[in-house]
Design a protein around this ligand. Structure first.
Ligand code: OGA
Ligand code: NI
Length: 345
């Protein structure tokens, strides 16, 4: 029997003890996670960022460049974000999703243009099958333009999340410097290429799922922004597509996952590839992940760096504004095909 979907948020549907995935979450047979066919002991680059500040900088820059080129993602340790800031972020995220429904729904919206909103799945207005996820999406840079819109419950939310955002921005800028250098560009090339810059964040909440083999937390997709810094709690769920196989990126304490998004693929003229990744869910544990999406400002003109294009590697894309690209992102839905094709030369 099909179960009626009567709640706005998945969290509240699940807490009414569903023992089956409602029909609107069930993927067609050809598009299920195939959980037994996932590599779970893969070696994934773990880069120690401590080295960026010492005599070994060029070595670490090289490692970052290689990971971006080969995989489009890597993990970092000694990333400079204090443990209490990271722990606070995860704690307040959990507290938020455990608030009473009426309290959470104060920020609910299905309009992707809203700069602060709680929603569910990906884009409920356009998608056919729902995803096993609720999420709070926040714009975070410049912080003072947005922080007053953020939830004020838990009472420490704005302070704790704001602190995390300031720290992730600093880390993003350090990574952009290293990435620029790894491509042989001036250190500040990528930072400048993103114009006035923007920073968005999602707080993803994946409740336990009675039939994880039928659905996704998030199906395979590429991130639209330049680079993503992903914080996961202790529960596995992130998988990345590498050499034709899905690879589990199981959380390691005190590390963050970095991945290349579509804008960095363009800026690097396809030297780095935006990586396909997904989130799966499980039958027993809730899972929280907090991606920071470091982006160009909407008016930034995005194009392949001229200094790395040559006769052998001609520019692969025409220039476009981030806004031109981003308008399609929410409407097209998460999909394997890239939103970049229309800008290809
Ligand atoms: C995302 C994402 C992965 C995860 O929010 O874009 O890829 O592990 N999340 O939740
Ligand atoms: Ni993603």
């Amino acid at each position: 029997m099909a179960t009626a979907y009567t709640k706005l948020l998945l969290t509240d549907l699940v807490s009414s003890h569903v023992n089956q995935v409602p029909y609107n979450y069930i993927r067609p047979l050809s598009d299920r996670p195939d959980l037994l066919n996932v590599e779970s002991n893969a070696t994934i680059a773990l880069i120690d960022l401590q080295g960026l500040t010492g005599a070994n900088r060029s070595q670490v820059v090289k490692e970052i460049g290689l990971a971006c080129q080969n995989d489009g993602f890597f993990q970092v340790k000694n990333h400079g974000i204090p443990k209490d800031v990271v722990d606070g972020m995860l704690r307040v995220a959990k507290e938020f999703f455990h608030l009473p429904e009426s309290e959470r729904l104060k920020t609910y919206s299905q309009d992707p243009r809203k700069t602060t909103r709680l929603s569910t799945s990906f884009n409920v207005k356009t998608e056919k099958v729902s995803n096993w996820r609720d999420y709070l999406r926040l714009h975070c840079y410049p912080l003072e333009n947005f922080v007053h819109e953020w939830p004020s419950n838990p009472p420490c939310f704005r302070q704790v999340v704001g602190e995390y955002c300031k720290n992730t921005r600093e880390l993003a800028l350090r990574l952009l410097e290293a990435i620029s250098e790894s491509l042989g560009l001036e250190s500040d090339y990528m930072e400048k290429a993103l114009g006035k810059q923007a920073q968005h964040m999602a707080i993803n909440y994946y409740p336990p799922c009675p039939q994880p083999e039928l659905t996704y937390g998030l199906p395979g997709h590429k991130d639209p922004n330049a680079i993503t810094i992903l914080l996961q709690d202790g529960v596995s769920g992130l998988q990345v597509f590498r050499n034709g196989k899905w690879v589990a990126v199981n959380p390691i304490p005190d590390t963050l996952v970095i991945n290349i998004g579509d804008m960095m693929q363009v800026l690097s003229n396809d030297r780095f590839n935006s990586v396909l990744h997904r989130a799966i869910v499980n039958g027993t544990s809730e899972r929280i992940s907090v991606p920071t999406f470091y982006c160009p400002s909407p008016d930034a003109l995005i194009k392949p760096a001229e200094a790395i294009a040559d006769e052998e590697h001609p520019p692969m894309y025409r220039s476009f504004t981030y806004e031109d690209y981003y308008v399609n992102f929410w409407d097209q839905g998460l999909q394997f095909a890239s939103c970049l094709d229309v800008f290809k030369l």
